[in-house]
Design a protein around this ligand. Structure first.
Ligand code: NDP
Length: 283
């Protein structure tokens, strides 16, 4: 560290379990950047005061995670289109006299899907997004950019799925519909991409009881949960010989524009980075 060290970090509660310091730390070393990236645990009630402090202390900006993504959007004076549509931000940049909010989750998931299957693999297909929280909203917007024909949002609480579809109406080109999880039996057999965006199955909690046998043999299963890296849903997909994307894909790709904004270098998503994060998860 020097007098010129650029400092950024991840604000969340809890923030100690975040993989982001490890992720950005890998790139800082790889590119020999005079920078630091630290966990910044902040309670909901302290969010705005903490941000003012980080800004006054000269941080370049912060990533924002659970439970602050909506507050981060609300507190900013300027925002990009993605955060405006999502109503949530995962990146705050401290400018001279304002805070700028961005949402890189949407582009991150989109980049992860394209990296795996190419940009045209999703045209005209049926997508099912499971969940109705912030990750599910990001998933709907990320998928829509890849031009599918239909997006179904299914959630345990059906009303919340309907709200997601209603709120994104006008921003989504694909035909979109919502339902409860029981609708899976009906839509599963003609679905080409399933994105699991609920928190079920995270950290050993009970997974979603979803029968992937219904899917066509060439379907793709994407799980946004990355603790554990192979979730019960991805394990089921592996047993069935289905194509799979784990939650590290989105995590790595959403961090690329954040690192570039903090430190001025656009880093790459490489096998080396993945190995570093897999090691961090094993620890
Ligand atoms: P939210 O808390 O906003 O939403 C949680 C969702 O999960 C709700 O739809 C909720 O349903 C559903 N849910 C929770 N428990 C169950 C259960 N037992 N059975 C069925 N549904 C359940 O969370 P987020 O949207 O912010 O995050 C969701 C997941 O995505 C998290 O695991 C998070 O770690 C992951 N994520 C991964 C990212 C990545 O980079 N890979 C980025 C962002 C998030 P209901 O409405 O009925 O309560």
């Amino acid at each position: 560290m020097s007098r010129h060290t650029r400092v950024a970090g991840i604000v969340g509660w809890p923030a100690r379990h975040s993989l982001s310091p490890r992720l950005h730390g890998f790139w800082l070393r790889e590119h020999r950047v005079d920078g630091a990236y630290i966990p910044l645990p902040v309670r909901v009630t302290d969010f705005s005061a903490a941000l003012a402090g980080f800004r006054a202390a000269g941080l370049a900006g912060v990533n924002v995670t659970i439970p602050h993504k909506h507050a981060a959007y609300a507190i900013a004076q300027r925002c990009d289109e993605a955060s405006r549509i999502a109503g949530a931000a995962n990146l705050l940049l401290f400018r001279e006299d304002e805070i700028e909010a961005r949402n890189t989750d949407i582009a991150g998931l989109q980049a992860s899907l394209v990296a795996e299957c190419g940009p045209d693999a999703f045209r005209g297909i049926r997508v099912v997004v499971l969940g109705a929280g912030g990750a599910a909203r990001a998933a709907v917007l990320a998928c829509d950019a890849l031009k599918p024909a239909e997006i179904f949002v299914l959630n345990r609480t059906e009303r919340r799925a309907a709200t997601v579809v209603h709120n994104l109406d006008g921003f989504v080109s694909a035909k979109s519909a919502s339902g409860g999880l029981e609708m899976w039996d009906e839509v599963g057999p003609t679905t080409s991409l399933v994105i699991h965006a609920t928190s079920a199955g995270m950290d050993g909690t009970a997974p979603l009881a979803l029968d992937l046998c219904l899917l066509p043999a060439d379907a793709l299963v994407c799980d946004l949960v990355y603790r554990p890296l192979e979730t019960p849903l991805l394990a089921q997909a592996r047993h069935l010989g289905l194509r799979r994307i784990d939650g590290l894909g989105m995590l790595m790709h959403q961090a690329v524009p954040a690192f570039e904004a903090f430190y001025g270098i656009r880093p790459g998503v490489t096998e080396g980075l993945r190995a570093e994060l897999e090691q961090a998860l094993r620890e």
